[in-house]
Design a protein around this ligand. Structure first.
Ligand SMILES: [Zn+2]
Length: 151
């Protein structure tokens, strides 16, 4: 499948199939701020079974956005394009610690019962597949749970 090359902006490849819209939401819905976007959904991939590709013209994603991207697309690669050339290639790296991002799924966890005194803190416990462990009760969230919590 051929997709028009973009002159400047960001190309996010190897997004899990079906997650392109979540990626856009994570980037703050650039299309609503006047940026042109292109999505390629559910294409064959040699690295994954099926993938989405997201292109945002005229916008370069920040390192913070690349980190957060790792939570819904842990194997994503991010290409920054200037004048039709890839000038930087970044891999999404999941943050070691997440504060106030995920919700523990253990009903008895102190972060669920006493949100104010025990705000949610998760530590990275696996990268492929992605896993995070609750600081308080040790409950692990699997990749599917993480991405569903994030939209
Ligand atoms: Zn917990």
């Amino acid at each position: 499948m051929l997709v028009r090359k973009i002159p400047d902006g960001t190309v996010i490849d190897h997004v899990p199939a079906g997650k392109a819209l979540s990626v856009l939401r994570l980037l703050g819905d650039p299309q609503e701020n006047g940026f042109t976007i292109a999505m390629v959904m559910n294409v064959n991939s040699s690295k994954m079974n099926r993938k989405d590709i997201v292109k945002v013209e005229g916008m370069e994603v920040s390192p913070e956005q690349v980190q957060r991207l790792a939570l819904i697309a842990p194997r994503a690669s991010v290409n920054i394009v200037r004048s039709y050339r890839v000038v930087a290639k970044k891999n999404a790296v999941p943050p070691r610690t997440l504060r106030g991002v995920l919700n523990c799924t253990a009903p008895t966890c102190v972060s669920v019962r006493e949100k104010e005194s025990a705000p949610s803190i998760f530590f990275l416990s696996g990268r492929s597949p992605l896993r995070y462990r609750c600081k308080y009760c040790g409950r692990e969230l699997a990749e599917k749970e993480i991405s569903s919590q994030l939209g």
